[in-house]
Design a protein. Structure first.
Length: 258
């Protein structure tokens, strides 16, 4: 059996940035053929939101350059980023605060952010443009489709999953992203020595994630130098949540090297 993953309690946080849930299809009934925005019952809650004028302007300028909808086409990351570099996938990038900060901290890595919430992606595009961050690309849609259809086996240096929806009600646990099949898929996509970094502020989900992740035979406790940073910025939502005493649990695994 693999060893227990690295677990860190980083102090309180909450899910203050979660919007009210809407229907899984979010009105995308006329999506272009081949679009994979909302193809099935998913682990995320779709959220509506209109863009501000400034966000729309940034979207119009940046999306054709560094954004794309999830599709069935295999990802050519070297062509898209214009260089050969280690690739890190962030699942559920939200408004991109962690994405942009960590991209600047590791310019040697390429960061691919996946998110369904368009205003959040627009905020990330604004920051990329404002700060001239060259090593970020974004995909809009379901991260499971990205892993299944776009990412080749043993091609990722790292995967980040920060604050996935805990779906706390027992009848909704089947919707949770981090279950045994997902761990197996992520492990398959990671290179030997690659890293999976998970953070959650939901205590019961943290226990569930640790148990299921530790049962994945290709993952083990990380006992070598990580190829990516694990230092996350504290977002405004986390900062507010420090006042309510809700702790963050971080779990870090490495893919076995042989």
């Amino acid at each position: 059996m693999p060893e227990t993953p690295i677990m860190r309690d980083n102090g309180p946080v909450n899910d203050a940035d979660q919007e009210a849930p809407v229907t899984p299809n979010d009105g995308q009934t006329n999506a272009p053929r081949g679009s994979r925005l909302y193809p099935r019952v998913t682990s995320f809650r779709s959220r509506r939101g209109s863009l501000t004028e400034a966000q729309q302007a940034a979207w119009d300028r940046q999306w054709p350059l560094i954004g794309a909808d999830v599709s069935d086409d295999p990802l050519d990351d070297e062509a898209w980023f214009g260089r050969t570099a280690p690739l890190i996938l962030e699942i559920g990038s939200g408004t991109g605060t962690a994405t942009s900060t960590m991209a600047k901290a590791e310019p040697e890595n390429n960061l691919l952010a996946v998110e369904v919430y368009r205003p959040g992606l627009a905020q990330l595009l604004q920051q990329v443009e404002r700060e001239s961050i060259p090593n970020i690309r974004v995909l809009r849609g379901d991260a499971m489709d990205v892993l299944e259809n776009m990412i080749a086996p043993q091609s990722l240096t790292g995967v980040r999953v920060f604050f996935p929806d805990p779906w706390p009600k027992a009848r909704h646990h089947k919707r949770r992203l981090l279950q045994a099949p997902t761990f197996a898929l992520i492990a398959n996509r990671l290179k030997p020595g690659g890293v999976l970094h998970v953070a959650t502020d939901h205590a019961e989900y943290a226990e569930f994630i640790a148990e299921v992740g530790n049962a994945e035979p290709l993952l083990t406790a990380l006992d070598w130098e990580s190829p990516m940073t694990h230092e996350r910025p504290v977002t405004k939502f986390e900062d507010k949540a420090h006042q309510v005493g809700r702790p963050v649990t971080e779990l870090i695994w490495g893919k076995i090297r042989s």
